[in-house]
Design a protein around this ligand. Structure first.
Ligand code: KG4
Ligand code: ZN
Length: 359
């Protein structure tokens, strides 16, 4: 049984998880989302994020322990996101985890945030498994981590109990050259006047719109590159919105703009995943991270996976495990603990919060 802690951006989250074979059972998950705190600024303000983590993380840990009916002494280890993210925000989680592990005399497990997202495919809870087909996962697996900070494709050949420490660096086959997919949702939503984070607003409003209303650019369409580029989209949307406003046609077209933006982003993601599955002969596909919560992406993958020549349906975590949460950090911790990858008390001082993804 492990405590997972996540404070890399604007979610203060704690979770108690337990190993369950290749899956990880979520016993409790307590998350305080700071979205409303940052909304007036149109994005996350790092200093405000750190202060809010400081005020809420202990409460989240207490709530998670209580909901799981577990006491601190019963924990086997503590897992915490230590990179990448806002360094001040990460530091709050890392310091909390260090203090707890030190006081309890338990192992401490530093987790890369993206390894946390990758591990979300193994989470299950009382309401069932997030991905019913997880047991049947076949390799190679194409893993797409699609969030506000990353749009990365990985070809994974091994199950989590054999993941090497740097498997993410070793298995990456494509990434965004500029904006991440979630960032593209957020920036275009801002141009349309929606609050931060805009992905969910585009998703909701797109349901009433025509995805073909406005043809928007798809960068890097070639089959041979698995990289993405989304920065041209926001320029195209901003020019389009200006033109519509001049003609007094903006308001009536909001649903069509949302549907067209969503179509452009999801279409790029979908096609690159399709090409990567072909090229690397992947047998299964998993999509994780905040953008994996997008309803259009989920339904397209659920409808078209057979045409992509996948052997099993796509693995898509439940919505609450797509966006940032501590259960996924706990799951990554379970696998690391099983492999003996953890820090002992005398090594705790070496652990730091690191802003970047690789070094
Ligand atoms: O994984 P996440 O919570 O944080 C990062 O690690 O970045 O992802 C947040 C991103 C935001 O850009 C947000 O707009 C996007 O996920 N997102 C969505 C949806 N829900 C969240 N994008 C599209 N459709 C959604 N339903
Ligand atoms: Zn994330």
């Amino acid at each position: 049984m492990l405590l997972g802690i996540e404070t890399s951006c604007d979610e203060s989250s704690a979770s108690i998880v337990q190993s369950a074979g290749r899956k990880v059972q979520v016993l409790s998950l307590s998350t305080f989302s700071q979205i409303e705190v940052h909304q007036p600024f149109g994005g996350v303000v790092p200093e405000i994020a750190s202060r809010n983590h400081l005020e809420t993380i202990n409460l989240m840990i207490d709530q998670a322990l209580e909901a799981a009916q577990v006491n601190l002494q019963e924990l086997e280890a503590i897992a915490v996101t230590n990179r990448p993210g806002l360094v001040g925000a990460l530091l709050v989680g890392v310091s909390t985890a260090k203090a707890l592990a030190y006081a309890l005399g338990k192992p401490l497990i530093p987790i890369h945030h993206l390894e946390g997202h990758a591990s979300s495919i193994f989470l299950k809870d009382d309401e069932g498994s997030p991905s019913e087909f997880c047991d049947e996962m076949v390799f190679p697996l194409l893993l797409a981590i699609v969030s506000g900070g990353h749009t990365n494709l990985y070809c994974l050949r091994e199950p989590p109990e054999r993941w090497r420490l740097h498997f993410l660096q070793e298995s990456i086959i494509g990434r965004s050259r500029d904006d991440a997919a979630g960032e593209a949702f957020d920036k275009t939503a801002k141009i349309l006047g929606f609050p931060y984070p805009g992905g969910i607003w585009i998703d909701k409003n797109a349901q009433k719109g025509n995805p073909k209303a406005f043809p928007l650019p798809r960068a890097l369409p070639q089959k041979t590159s698995f990289d993405f580029s989304f920065s041209g989209l926001k320029t195209a949307v901003s020019i389009l919105v200006e033109q519509l406003k001049k003609k007094n046609q903006f308001e009536e077209n909001i649903p069509h703009l949302c549907a067209s933006i969503q179509e452009a982003i999801i279409d790029s993601l979908f096609h690159k995943m399709q090409y990567a599955v072909e090229e690397y002969q992947c047998k299964s596909l998993a999509v994780v991270g905040g953008v994996a919560a997008n309803s259009c992406l989920r339904s397209r993958l659920n409808q078209q996976w057979q045409r992509m020549n996948l052997q099993v349906p796509p693995i898509l975590p439940k919505l609450k495990y797509c966006t940032d949460n501590a259960a996924m950090v706990g799951a990554a911790g379970v696998f690391r603990l099983q492999q003996g990858h953890f820090l002992e008390r005398h090594e705790f001082l070496e652990l730091n919060a690191i802003a970047n993804s690789e070094s």
